[in-house]
Design a protein around this ligand. Structure first.
Ligand SMILES: *[C@@H]1O[C@H](CO)[C@@H](O)[C@H](O)[C@H]1NC(C)=O
Length: 540
């Protein structure tokens, strides 16, 4: 009996010793340089040498220092010699055809389907032609992350319709039909059975296009709703049409309309031009260092909803970089990261803070064993040394629970939504854990509904855990810093109540932003920020 216990003890202690050797000695032998020199993280923005009274100096990305032009377009070859053009939303699709691997991957239940990009181009023109004949000017979409959403998006771009992106997550009030009335859209594209279509009577819609599951396409979906005709997406897009030649587009006219989060019980619309969107895409593409950027070998999966403009800008960046896009229609704010990714095995994902924290909670709760704690400690230390812990055979032997996201993940994007009270804060400790759990870089940033793409984004190699950003009693959930401004914008902080540019701890004030990705070119964003000593932005 006692022999049995001793034997057990020996087994455990040998395992422990083996593990400790594995964790301490093996990494020492294999030790590599950190991903970035720590000095490079000490000053992350270019700061203007002068400032106006009651304002901080202007801060910019180191890639577009003060005095240089900000990133404002895709720099595509133009018909005139020695000049380039910034491009419009159509160019995103054209680049996807030119640089990409010719397919879009779509999850159908537990399997994946591959859609040929040329077939989708035909569908874009079939839908565009149909809507043009129906007299469309503004097309509202209420769709999950699906192929029809992509087709509708680019049909709008090619045929000159304004794309109205309705929130997809159920929010209660105001209802989708009330939001739609705010926009004077004349076409609605939605899933059959999703919305109470009767509510759209008298909303001025000319036509409702229904995306219907194959199994129920034979059902009578085509009766008119009030004055609005009703048609099925499949019937419309199977027409063979002659694609139109590129029409002239006013790059500064509204092209995309989104809805703000609820502020004081009100939801407002925000308009973006082709120029705004393209600048957001261009800036996001170059924010990352060269060998971390979106590439044709990558597979990008939006885990968050494409109704979110930030997620959409990632989608556009992926497409225009030739990256293969994968869609799972269950994508959304509360999507399960593991389930959504497992089969597709993406290399780059965008997740909501809610999904990330849920994954964090689920993984942590299975880490009860002592060994898991030790492994986690050492892997966190690897991060502190400036590298992403990939694990070795011994840490894997420790059987640490990790979300199964397909094993190829290299970049995870997650942002805080400024001006959205419901946004879930993520601390730098959460980010550090997420890097360990995903075995991937995790990039945090800040978005706002008046800016296309992030306004600030952490350096992809910034794995530091900020002591001052740890949750405290006074401030139980504090966001990590948001990194420097992206290369498309410049940011300064204007005095706002107690927050001033001359604050002893660093300049604080209302975030003022300008640049081509900003709706209207410049905006005062209504919330207070602070410049940290490394010239990164955080909440005041
Ligand atoms: C799509 O996501 C759902 C739930 O998030 C999951 O159950 C399903 O397996 C996924 N499909 C694929 C092909 O990844």
């Amino acid at each position: 009996m006692s022999g049995g216990i001793e034997l057990q003890f020996d087994l455990i202690s040998y395992t422990l010793i083996a593990l400790l050797v594995g964790l301490i000695v093996v990494p020492l032998i294999l030790s590599k340089d950190p991903d970035i020199h720590p000095y490079a993280l000490l000053r992350q923005s270019s700061v203007a040498p002068v400032r106006n009274p009651k304002e901080s100096a202007v801060y910019r990305s180191l890639q577009t220092p003060v005095g240089y032009p900000l990133v404002s377009g895709l720099q595509l070859p133009s018909v005139q010699k020695y000049s380039s053009r910034s491009g419009d939303i159509r160019d995103i699709w054209k680049l996807a055809i030119e640089k990409g691997k010719g397919k879009i991957i779509v999850a159908k239940g537990k399997d994946v389907e591959k859609h040929d990009i040329n077939t989708l181009t035909k569908q874009i023109h079939a839908l565009g032609t149909h809507l043009k004949n129906a007299g469309a000017t503004k097309v509202a979409v209420h769709l999950p992350n699906c192929i029809e959403n992509l087709v509708a998006t680019f049909a709008c771009a090619y045929y000159g319709f304004v794309l109205v992106i309705l929130p997809f997550e159920p929010t209660g009030t105001p209802s989708i039909s009330e939001l739609l009335k705010q926009t004077s859209a004349d076409i609605l594209i939605t899933q059959g059975g999703q919305l109470p279509l009767e509510e759209f009577k008298g909303s001025g819609l000319k036509e409702i296009v229904l995306v219907v599951e194959e199994a129920s396409q034979h059902l009578g979906w085509s009766g008119p709703i009030g004055e609005a005709k009703c048609g099925q997406f499949v019937d419309i897009t199977k027409n063979e049409v002659e694609p139109i030649a590129d029409i002239d587009i006013d790059l500064d006219a509204p092209a995309v309309v989104i809805f703000s989060p609820e502020v004081n019980g009100k939801i407002e619309t925000v308009e973006f031009s082709h120029r705004n969107i393209i600048a957001g895409v261009a800036a996001l593409a170059v924010t990352l260092p060269k060998n971390e950027r979106y590439m044709p070998e990558d597979v990008f999966l939006p885990v968050d909803t494409l109704a979110d403009l930030y997620t959409r800008i990632h989608l556009y960046t992926a497409l225009s970089s030739g990256t293969t896009v994968a869609l799972n229609s269950t994508g959304g704010k509360h999507a399960d990261v593991e389930l959504t990714c497992r089969v597709i095995a993406p290399t780059i994902i965008v997740v909501s803070p809610e999904s990330l924290l849920e994954m964090h909670r689920a993984t942590k709760s299975t880490m009860k064993e002592f060994l898991h704690g030790i492994v986690h400690y050492f892997q966190t230390k690897t991060l502190a040394d400036g590298r992403i812990p990939q694990g070795n055979f011994l840490t894997n032997f420790g059987g640490c629970p990790r979300p199964n996201v397909g094993g190829k993940l290299r970049l995870v994007f997650v942002v805080e939504a400024a001006g959205d009270k419901t946004s879930q804060a993520i601390t730098s400790l959460d980010l550090s854990d997420a890097r360990v759990f995903f075995k991937s870089k995790v990039v945090y940033g800040l978005k706002h509904h008046k800016v296309a793409g992030p306004l600030a984004q952490q350096n992809v190699y910034d794995y530091r855990v900020q002591a001052e950003a740890l949750p405290s009693e006074k401030n139980p959930r504090k966001c990590a810093h948001f990194g420097p401004p992206t290369p498309g914008v410049e940011i300064k902080l204007r005095d706002m109540g107690e927050f001033t540019a001359t604050d002893a701890e660093g300049p604080r004030g209302e975030v003022m932003i300008s640049g081509a990705p900003v709706s209207g070119g410049q905006q005062a964003l209504g919330f207070a920020g602070k410049w940290e000593k490394e010239c990164v932005l955080s909440y005041a």
